[in-house]
Design a protein around this ligand. Sequence first.
Ligand code: C5P
Length: 224
Amino acid sequence: MVAVVIPAAGSGSRLGGQPKQLRTLGNAPLLFHTAQVFDHHPQVTNLVIAAAESSMEVYTEILQPLTKPYEVVMGGATRQESVMKGFSHLGASTSAVLIHDAARPFITQQVITRVIESTFTYGAAAAAVAVSDTVRYGENGRFTNTISRDGLYSMQTPQGFRYELLAEALHQGDLSAATDDVELMQHVGHDVCIVEGDPRNIKITTKSDWEWANQMWNAREIHP
Ligand code: C5P
């Protein structure tokens, strides 16, 4: 069984207004689009969505058209806590767990397949794209040190783990320190395989991301 945990309990405050997961993109809420890509993947068996307490009912309703079993569970105060709570609802017959941000609706079937395959081969794998821009620190309105972009990756989701490995990492890792699930795995000394992500698999965070997402969505509707 390949389960997907979607942490979707954030407030999305950087975008303003209602939680971003509930904003309408095209014909449905963002969360539905994200969940549907996994629902359509032949290897995915079930989904667990971590929600803020106040959104549990509305999420359950939004996700009703999904064809695979799904459960909306209460999330936590941080992303990692939400992942942990979602994970605790999975059965031990789960062989691999994919964790995917609700705010990345442009995930593709191809990237999901690559992450699942590498998870089964290596135990842990995550989608990422090589950094192509020059990356530089800045302070007080001035640029400072330049970072070599050689071997630098911009992390995406899904991030996939064998069930027992993730159980161990969540049990031993420091939940407050990790900013994603790869870091959690590294804390317990396990290598994570790099999987080629997709530049379109953006995490919608700011107003301009939202505008860009709408343009991408409309272009996709015209040329699916
Ligand atoms: O805030 P950010 O966009 O980095 O959050 C990444 C993902 O983690 C989002 O899908 C968000 O809903 C989720 N999250 C969560 N629980 C929290 C905070 C964020 O599930 N307490």
